[in-house]
Ligand binder design. Structure first.
Ligand code: SF4
Length: 270
């Protein structure tokens, strides 16, 4: 792989992530609390904690495939999930659960998802190039032709190469299957594809491993691509958001997500 993100790090240079951009797009006030004021969170969402624990065993799975050409035993992966889940629960910042879930019900779901994934594990993925790879990419403003001040920071969950085509994989957990429209419009995929393209991965293909937390857990394997127009859309979104942040936008957007917001108490107190 030509990308050498670790050597590009320049700590003095400001950066943004997909997470920071999506937080601002959902609620500028939440962005302000989290990224401008760096306030401690009142709690963490169960979705984030669950996603983090799922990433842990998926990384272990692909690491063994890469290093030894074999697949870990199911029990090893389940133990990895449970250890990570317990670690999340031990965090001093409490995990916030929805009415329909508990720590035990999600642990049960997470363990079952290991089996569902192993029964449907992706085959013929080619050579594994990188796992949980950090990248930093420049963003060029199409209007001025200049590189903007902020770098784009992210992590590719998995990068593979087959027949000289690179594929960037995202591991996701969710409550339901993705629609075609959702897949085609995921800003994160456009951004990660753009980063791959600009860091020497050609025109990468994009895949999502979606582990679904339904009563009977499911696995959805999705494939898509992005082109120059999608990259331009991504850049225009980023530049627009960064301009709004610099202009001081920090208004609240009250909607269903407020009930899970890590800053709800501070926000409603004013
Ligand atoms: S409670 Fe709602 S409006 Fe307030 S910061 Fe959180 S998401 Fe935004």
């Amino acid at each position: 792989m030509n990308a050498q993100p670790a050597t590009k790090i320049q700590e003095e240079r400001p950066y943004f992530s997909h997470s920071s951009i999506s937080t601002f797009r959902r609620c500028p006030r939440q962005y302000f609390y989290k990224y401008a004021l760096c306030l401690p969170e009142e709690h963490r969402s169960s979705a984030l904690a669950f996603g983090s624990s799922t990433h842990a065993w998926l990384a272990k799975y692909f690491r063994q495939r890469k290093d030894r050409g074999s697949v870990p035993e199911a029990q090893e992966l389940k133990d990895c999930f449970v250890d990570s889940w317990n670690f999340e629960l031990d965090n001093p910042v409490p995990v916030l659960f929805s009415e329909k879930e508990t720590a035990d019900s999600l642990k049960d779901t997470g363990v079952k998802l290991v089996d569902v994934f192993l029964q449907n594990q992706p085959k013929d993925i080619g050579k594994i190039i990188a796992i949980e790879e950090k990248f930093l990419a420049d963003i060029t403003d199409p209007g001025t032709g200049e590189v903007i001040e902020e770098e784009f920071l992210g992590y590719w969950d998995l990068v593979t190469e087959k027949d000289k085509v690179f594929t960037i994989w995202e591991h996701k957990t969710g409550a339901r299957r993705y629609s075609t429209s959702q897949l085609e419009n995921m800003l994160q995929l456009s951004g990660y594809g753009y980063a791959g393209h600009s860091l020497g991965l050609g025109q990468p293909s994009l895949k999502v491993n979606l582990l679904i937390k339904t009563k009977t857990p499911q696995y959805q394997h999705l494939s898509t691509t992005r082109n120059e127009a999608d990259y331009r859309d991504f850049i225009q979104t980023v530049i627009g958001v960064l301009a709004s942040i610099k202009a001081g936008a920090d208004y609240p957007v009250r909607d269903w997500w407020c009930q899970g917001c890590s800053y709800a108490a501070k926000c409603t107190a004013g």
